[in-house]
Design a protein around this ligand. Structure first.
Ligand SMILES: C[S@@+](CC[C@H](N)C(=O)[O-])C[C@H]1O[C@@H](n2cnc3c(N)ncnc32)[C@H](O)[C@@H]1O
Length: 238
């Protein structure tokens, strides 16, 4: 089974990422500002997860629908933030072409697939459903920041007793992906995510049919810089 099917669709996910619930209070308004759309615009939140950013998009008058692969996340979203929601896989979106003004893709939700073709496919599917002139906001982890952060701790188990899990992260042998192993609630999980360079992100966006209009290095809208923790691309569908 692909890692992303299990890791996100397990109660342990909500323990491991518990701090992201509180983070939503500053991430949501900031990312909604960077998305920069007029009220009434149609937005697909892909993936929507359990909807932690949903209220902040709605607060800007956006018409938001969500999609995600995880039934557990979708059920929680439905209970907390009722909205039009659909279970889907990025590689084949169940929407007609040009049906939305924007796709909002937050919190390192690209690079999950094992092959470059599938990761590109996610972006070409986003491009297919966004109308020409519409927007993709792609919020990624900065590769150079991660490289620095892992020096000296790569492969070491770290304990998070209060949070209730252990974790170790390492680059795969070709240095293109990060494997993050976690043990939580007595079970083992392993994220396996491609961490592209800026040039790779831009090449894929271009190939999928997007122009990068703005690249930000943080939630405050500072300019992109190689060393920033977050790389946030606001792209226009050609
Ligand atoms: C890191 S979470 C981000 C969720 C949300 N954007 C947020 O900021 O809270 C990644 C999400 O991607 C979903 N996901 C993973 N693989 C997917 C796929 N192939 N198709 C659609 N969604 C997927 C997971 O179920 C999970 O909810």
């Amino acid at each position: 089974m692909d890692w992303f099917i299990r890791d996100f669709d397990h109660p342990a996910y909500f323990t491991i990422y518990a701090d992201k619930a509180a983070d939503a209070a500053h991430e949501g308004p900031a990312l909604a500002t960077l998305l920069d759309l007029p009220p009434g615009s149609r937005v697909l939140d892909l993936p929507c997860g359990w909807g932690r950013l949903h209220p902040y998009l709605r607060a800007r008058g956006l018409k938001v629908a969500g999609g995600d692969l995880s039934p557990l996340n979708l059920a929680k979203h439905r209970a907390i933030h009722p909205a039009p929601l659909v279970r889907l896989d990025f590689r084949a979106l169940p929407f007609r072409a040009a049906c939305t003004d924007a796709v909002f893709c937050a919190f390192t939700s690209w690079g999950y697939f094992a092959t470059e073709a599938e990761n590109l496919r996610q972006l070409t599917e986003f491009a297919r459903v966004i109308r020409p002139g519409g927007v993709l906001l792609l919020d990624l982890a900065g590769r150079t920041f991660l490289q620095s952060a892992m020096v000296g701790v790569e492969g070491e188990w770290m304990e998070f007793p209060e949070e209730g899990y252990q974790e170790r992260a390492m680059w795969n042998p070709d240095g293109r992906r990060i494997l993050t192993e976690r043990v939580c609630q007595g079970e083992a999980f392993c994220h396996d995510i491609w961490i592209p360079t800026d040039a790779e992100v831009r090449a894929c966006l271009d190939q999928a049919g997007f122009d990068v209009a703005q690249a930000y290095g943080g939630l405050d809208g500072r300019p992109w810089d190689e060393r920033e923790e977050r790389w946030i691309y606001r792209c226009i569908r050609r």
